[in-house]
Design a protein around this ligand. Sequence first.
Ligand code: SF4
Length: 144
Amino acid sequence: MSKDQGRVVVVPCSGIGKPSGSVSREAAYELCESLRPQNTELVALSKLVLGDAATHETVARTPCVAIDGCQQMCASKMVKKSGGTVIHAVAVLDAFRRHRELKAEGIAELNDAGRKLARVMAQEMADTVDAIASAEAAKGESHA
Ligand code: SF4
């Protein structure tokens, strides 16, 4: 199995100035640093926007999870523009529709509800990351 097999790149939108963008980033940190560090790689949207060659290459060869704060879908669009494949797209607004009690507020610092929404989203994405890793492992076995 190659070192990238079963791994996904996680790209949150930058969302500066919007609570939903802050939730997007918090959810990505929670997923990549706490829940599934072995199977994920966090990529900052700014690196794609600035055209960082190594980051573009990583995104192009690894399945991506995009996390968007609003309907503009900056992360999903930028992954596609960089030659990557969005294997799973997550929207903060959709998560909020499912968890109306968790209304994110604050920008520099999210309120408790916003941080909780980020944790809920991260847990849901962790399940998806596990499913991708299992599917890749099964593929690897069938090619053995
Ligand atoms: S998706 Fe929405 S919140 Fe995120 S960076 Fe784009 S405009 Fe901002």
